[in-house]
Design a protein around this ligand. Structure first.
Ligand code: SF4
Length: 555
């Protein structure tokens, strides 16, 4: 379908990830006549959905049982849910060579009913979100839902008189780098809709614009982390030694060490992807202080740690990618101050876009799917009454357990951000009894300090980008804007040595003739780290033409 063939629908969902598709599937199941359109900026289903994630499977039963009670038998379900967690390792890496298990702390926490007990994954599934999204997309299409890829949305359109959202404007196609119209120019269509669901994922462009325009309020700043991941093909012997069904979460080295070490929040992960393939990832809170830090340097160190190295040494990296995760939790949810609703008028916010990630579990996928189910049910139950729909949606988030989980982990990330991992992690067991520490936005905490475990060799970002298979039309205007070039050239360079050049996982930024420039926008992985970590808040990420960006398959 071309942009011009579609200009009106009843329910428009922006983002065909697990949350958006769950909303579409739930609504269509309850109202087969519902007119639903899901648009997504990726070229194909799952292309922009990165993560080897741990999934609590109940949400899939809630979503799919009434559509097909035998869904678990389908080939795609079997593929997506191939690895059940049977071995759950929680380690502390004290140094490059020394580690010990801290699984006992989870057992103690469970025994005394402390919130840390949630950090346990046995019985969950290890899934590729990219594969899961493909499967849900096919399910949605088979139900008659219009799911269109390659449609990038740049703005919400509002009625000038009453301020109600009336639709979404797509990105213009066919401009050259200077913004001149080329022969293939197509103006971005406006898709009108009665109800708009924002399911764009972390730090969504329309979502953030809507939060500001609608006056939604976050009680605490949203905090982010960035995850960098590789899929590594390993030998039969290594995979056997690792064992299918094993999940490793590792805290400590190389991002925080007890004595004089870096004190960053996050950790490394190892999980199986498929036969002889292992995900290796590093997730780091964006509130790092070190101006020369790159998450990929931490990934390199993690891969060289003795415990990790034995499983992947000599392996071949076959896929790679990066994405941000919203970590602020319960108090960072954007709410209507008058009603507490997660949305306003005829607009709902779902999944990572709202921030439904439980950092005690390091999981948000089940909450994203449940938020989609809540949105679909709310629209079906409150037909033609948008205000009631937003309240119902927020009420169903409670009923489905999303809010309970968010409350359980409510002050965890702020506590760790304020006190550092060494003190903040153990103290956070006091949960709700702690004060809500006020924490600055991530970019404000950058300093001129240097990361002490900088590897000797630069990370190969060109190969990383190639393995993410990212592509954009080279001739389009850059979707990355440096707001004030002087701030970059003078203040940032002097104080912080232009950190975007180092931390951007795709090597998009370069110093050219004394100026930092987004020299390679076509390499961009859409992770949005630069927008949230530029220490002077001087970078803006907008949506490029539809169909551009990474093409993740399993990572
Ligand atoms: Fe991520 Fe920004 Fe680099 Fe793109 S340019 S890959 S959004 S940090």
């Amino acid at each position: 379908m071309s942009q011009n063939e579609l200009n009106k629908t009843s329910v428009l969902i922006v983002g065909a990830g697990p949350a958006g598709l769950a909303a579409a599937i739930t609504l269509k199941n309850k109202q087969p006549e519902a007119e639903i359109c899901v648009i997504d900026k990726a070229a194909e289903a799952g292309n922009h959905n990165l993560s080897g994630a741990i999934l609590e499977p109940d949400c899939l039963s809630t979503l799919l049982d009434t559509i097909n009670k035998d869904w678990k038998e389908s080939e795609q379900a079997q593929d997506v849910l191939a690895y059940k967690v049977t071995k759950d390792n929680l380690l502390f890496l004290a140094s490059k060579n020394f580690h010990f298990s801290i699984a006992f702390s989870i057992k103690i926490a469970k025994k005394f009913n402390l919130n840390f007990g949630q950090m346990s994954y046995e019985g969950n599934y290890i899934v590729s979100i990219s594969k899961l999204t493909k499967w849900l997309c096919q399910t949605a299409k088979e139900m008659g839902i219009e799911v269109i890829h390659g449609f990038a949305a740049e703005d919400i359109i509002y009625d000038a008189e009453n301020g109600v959202a009336t639709g979404v404007k797509l990105v213009d196609q066919g401009l050259d780098k200077e913004g001149n119209k080329q022969p293939n120019y197509t103006e971005g269509e406006i898709i009108n809709a009665d109800m708009i669901i924002l399911a764009e994922g972390c730090d969504g462009l329309l979502t953030e614009k809507f939060i500001e325009k609608a006056g939604l309020v976050r009680q605490a700043n949203q905090l982010y982390s960035v995850g960098v991941k590789e899929v590594i093909r390993v030998s039969d012997a290594q995979f056997k030694k690792f064992t299918a069904g094993r999940v490793v979460h590792a805290m400590g080295y190389p991002i925080w060490t007890p004595v004089l070490g870096p004190g960053m929040f996050g950790g490394g992960v190892l999980m199986p992807v498929s036969e002889n393939h292992i995900w290796v990832g590093m997730i780091v809170g964006l509130d790092w202080k070190y101006c020369d830090f790159s998450p990929q340097d931490a990934l390199t160190n993690f891969k060289n740690q003795r415990f990790v190295r034995k499983f992947i040494e000599g392996g071949t990296i076959v896929e790679a990618g990066a994405k941000m995760i919203p970590e602020g939790g319960y108090y960072a949810l954007p709410r209507n101050p008058a009603t507490s609703g997660i949305g306003k008028g005829n607009v709902l916010i779902l999944g990572d876009g709202a921030g439904f990630v439980n950092m005690l579990k390091i999981k948000g996928l089940h909450n994203a799917i449940k938020s989609g189910i809540a949105a679909g049910r709310a629209i079906a139950e409150c037909e033609n009454n948008p205000a009631a729909t937003v309240s119902k949606y927020t009420e169903l988030l409670n009923t489905l357990g999303v809010m309970r989980e968010m409350k359980d982990a409510a002050k965890f990330r702020q506590t760790v951000a304020k006190l550092g991992p060494l003190i903040g992690m153990p103290i956070s067991v006091f949960g709700d009894k702690l004060p809500l520490f006020k924490v600055e936005k991530d970019y404000l905490v950058m300093t001129s300090k240097k990361y002490k475990y900088k590897p000797g060799k630069s990370y190969d970002k060109d190969t990383f980008t190639a393995l993410a298979a990212t592509e954009h039309r080279e001739e389009q205007p850059s979707h990355l804007t440096i707001i004030n070039r002087n701030t970059c050239a003078q203040e940032c360079r002097e104080k912080y040595d232009s950190p975007c050049i180092t931390f951007c996982p795709a090597g998009v930024y370069e110093m050219i003739a004394g100026q930092v420039k987004p020299a390679n926008p076509s390499n961009c992985l859409h992770c949005k780290t630069c927008q949230r970590k530029c220490p002077l808040d001087n970078i803006r990420w907008t949506v490029p033409e539809g169909g551009g960006g990474p093409r993740y398959k399993t990572v």
